[in-house]
Design a protein around this ligand. Structure first.
Ligand code: URA
Length: 277
């Protein structure tokens, strides 16, 4: 194996060891390799197109099912931006065109390099929503490609999925200077594009990475430790918040909490859960 591949596998194993799920993940890697008949690499290097993004859940989500813990009131629509309902015939391409090549709707345009629209499968059953692009994302024009992004990739792969079968987007599409949190006027200006993305994709679940994503979609501001892992709803789409991967880089002990949250998402999507050990 080449040094780059080895480093990637080692990072993978470290992450899965942290979560105590290395057996499960090695198991998955083996079955992925078998299915794609590629040389023995734990992660498929060139993802193959799939007929459907992820395995189907057997039935549509019923918030009264045991795995949907409705401890907070279900929010039918965001309280901040109620005007943005589904646009007839909308597509991701059209939303990208509407943003434009040189969007100047808010002050984030002043220092941004590239607009980071979002990436992934247009019919993904699972969408991850982050806060806003960082340095690497701003350079590449792609979401979650820096250190936090690598961790998010590991989280996705721990679920038995790949980045190209989920969709990844941010609340704001341009990098806030010095990686500060996006400000309310920036969120207000940009999040209608996220709403449109979600309305077009219509995933079976949205995972909010961190408080800003959660607040932007629900209009509520509870503490992450209280809200994480709970199912709510955004315009009919089941939504859950978990810690942001950047938080996990600073607080690796919280990886276990995130894994618990992701297992709930897996159950909801009908994905195979790791065997209890
Ligand atoms: N953090 C985010 O919230 N989004 C990105 O795209 C990268 C880092």
């Amino acid at each position: 194996m080449n040094p780059e591949g080895r480093a990637r596998v080692e990072a993978w194993l470290e992450y899965f060891n942290d979560l105590g799920i290395s057996d499960f993940c090695l198991d998955r890697a083996a079955s992925t390799v078998e299915a794609s008949s590629e040389p023995a690499e734990p992660i498929p290097a060139a993802p193959q197109p799939l007929p459907r993004p992820v395995r189907m859940a057997p039935a549509t989500v019923d918030p009264n099912q045991p795995h949907v813990a409705s401890v907070l009131p279900v929010i039918k629509s965001a309280s901040l931006f109620v005007a943005n309902e589904r646009i007839e015939g909308d597509t991701l391409e059209r939303i990208r065109e509407d943003i434009g090549e040189n969007c100047r709707r808010c002050k984030l345009c002043e220092q941004r390099n590239k607009i980071v629209f979002g990436a992934g499968h247009a019919k993904a059953e699972l969408v991850f929503v982050g806060e806003g692009p960082g340095h690497d994302e701003d350079i590449q024009g792609l979401p979650f490609v820096g250190r936090a992004g690598k961790l998010l990739t590991q989280m996705i792969e721990a679920m038995g999925l790949r980045r190209d079968v989920v969709y990844i987007a941010n609340v704001v599409k341009c990098r806030p200077p010095q990686n500060r949190a996006p400000e309310p006027d920036e969120i207000e200006t940009c999040s209608p594009f996220l709403y449109r993305q979600l309305a077009v994709i219509r995933p079976k679940a949205v995972v909010c990475l961190g408080a800003i994503a959660f607040q932007s979609l629900t209009g509520t501001k509870p503490s992450m430790s209280r809200i994480r892992g709970q199912w709510l709803e955004f315009r009919g789409i089941p939504l859950m918040a978990t810690y942001h991967p950047a938080y996990l880089l600073r607080n690796p002990n919280a990886k276990g909490d995130v894994w618990e949250d992701l297992k709930k998402v897996m159950a909801h999507l009908g994905l195979k859960l790791p065997a209890k050990r």
